[in-house]
Design a protein around this ligand. Structure first.
Ligand code: HEM
Length: 412
């Protein structure tokens, strides 16, 4: 008896879908390995987080949530949550910088700082900063790619971000090696926070070490604050009415918040575009560039967790959160529930830009970060030719998951 063969109604479409899934899963597999290399427990926590909706309590860590709506509610709630007590980043940095930053990091002093610095980073100032700090470095990298050479995008990102720190903090200009050195010093400072996921109290030794780094990096701030033109960040801080102490605190914040995150995002932008196959779509339709940047920020979520301390008892979705407990927002998990990296994914009002946080601490440097990613995108694909990855290494034991090496070259 002849065997009835079930005919696939659309074999070609099915094959394309399978292929796309396989390519997509390569992007996801690299992202997962990247997270695991940074902190071995991270993928498990972020995966467990899928169950943390709306909110659940884990031993040692406290409350965790990966629900975008609850996350935003917590981040917007300045009455019941704080980042100044154990579990919050303000608690961590106050030990290094001194109690005066408590005023600056949260509460009335923070409101004043945010109000005064409202126009500090905009699309226009972000683009101007990128042009001023990066054009030479980008031109050299472009020439190397054009000549068919291999470029390490991870190292290039560190060089660029080091150059941006030099620009933002009014440090003396440096060559590319000098930019990388500045990045490395900033990285060392950020490493102070390694291990703070479960406890933000620092040892005396870590505090001393971190203080000496801050002093080195902000040594040019007083002079820049007094003399720099209003086309610089320090000059604008003065013009906006910030005191020198506020400016020094802000400079430290910019360094801590805007270095590893930005470098991580740039490397992952390159990797995601190649691993997902989306670079071809972007070359065919460059108007999708903004979507590519947004999708990178969403899928990579370079700040995968945001911590807060509970300042006062309150209830969320029937759960009682008590003063003194801590809550962790799993931004990576929350953002990745929307699906795979797809550069034409429409803006999701549900997620908004949770990769930059929300509420009163929403990333101050978001427009600059977007401008930085836009410049990297232009470098990688601006000439309409694809790139390929020659070799990659994931960064080990780092606060912010990132490639330590990502060798790329132009295809063909
Ligand atoms: C892809 C790059 C970046 C990502 C993913 C990112 C993410 C974030 C997130 C999630 C927060 C909120 C933290 C919290 O609520 O505790 C934050 C805050 C902040 N970010 Fe960014 N950031 C990036 C780049 C930058 C850059 C380039 C700068 C400036 C140079 C910057 C400056 C800041 C500052 C000053 C804050 C603190 C705001 C406050 O407490 O009021 N960030 N960032």
């Amino acid at each position: 008896m002849p065997v009835a063969v079930e005919r696939d109604p659309a074999p070609r479409e099915r094959r394309i879908r399978l292929l796309r899934d396989a390519v997509g899963s390569s992007a996801e597999a690299h992202e997962r390995r990247l997270l695991a290399a940074a902190r071995p427990a991270l993928p498990l926590l972020l995966w467990l987080g899928q169950r943390a909706r709306p909110i659940m309590r884990l031993p040692r860590l406290g409350w965790v949530t990966a629900d975008p709506v609850i996350a935003r509610r917590i981040l917007n709630d300045g009455v019941h949550t704080t980042l100044l007590e154990e579990g919050g980043v303000g608690h961590l940095w106050a030990q290094v910088l001194g109690d005066w930053v408590l005023e600056l990091f949260d509460g009335a002093g923070h409101v004043e700082l945010r109000t005064r610095t409202k126009g500090l980073f905009t699309e226009a100032t972000g683009a101007a900063l990128v042009e001023r700090a990066w054009s030479g470095i980008l031109d050299r990298a472009r020439a190397r790619l054009d000549a068919g050479e291999i470029v390490d995008i991870a190292e290039l990102s560190r060089t660029l971000v080091g150059g941006m720190v030099i620009e933002l903090l009014g440090m003396p200009p440096a060559d590319e090696a000098g930019c990388r050195e500045v990045f490395a010093i900033g990285e060392e400072l950020a490493a102070t926070a390694l291990g703070s996921t479960a406890d933000t109290r620092l040892s005396g030794e870590s505090i001393e070490h971190a203080r000496s780094i801050v002093d080195r990096l902000t040594v040019g701030v007083p002079e820049g604050y007094r003399t720099a033109g209003e086309d610089t960040v320090l000059g604008r801080c003065r013009a906006m009415g910030l005191t020198l102490q506020q400016t020094r605190g802000l400079a430290t914040l910019l360094m801590v918040a805007g270095t590893e995150t930005a470098a991580s995002a740039m490397g992952r932008l390159a990797a995601l575009l190649v691993d997902s196959g989306e670079q071809q779509r972007l070359i065919a339709d460059p108007s999708l560039a903004e979507g590519a940047v947004r999708e990178t920020l969403r899928v990579a979520s370079p700040a995968p967790l945001i911590g807060r301390a509970i300042a006062a008892d309150h209830e969320i979705e029937g759960r009682k959160l008590r003063a003194g407990e801590r809550v962790m927002i799993l931004t990576w998990t929350a953002n990745n529930t929307a699906g795979r990296f797809r550069i034409d994914r429409p803006y999701s009002p549900h997620h908004r830009q949770l990769w930059f946080g929300a509420g009163r601490h929403l990333c101050l440097g978001a427009p600059l970060a977007r401008a930085e990613l836009g410049a990297m995108l232009e470098l990688l694909l601006g000439d309409g030719r694809e790139i390929e990855i020659v070799r990659r290494t994931y960064g080990r034991r780092v606060l912010i998951p990132a490639y330590s090496e990502l060798l790329v070259r132009k295809r063909g």
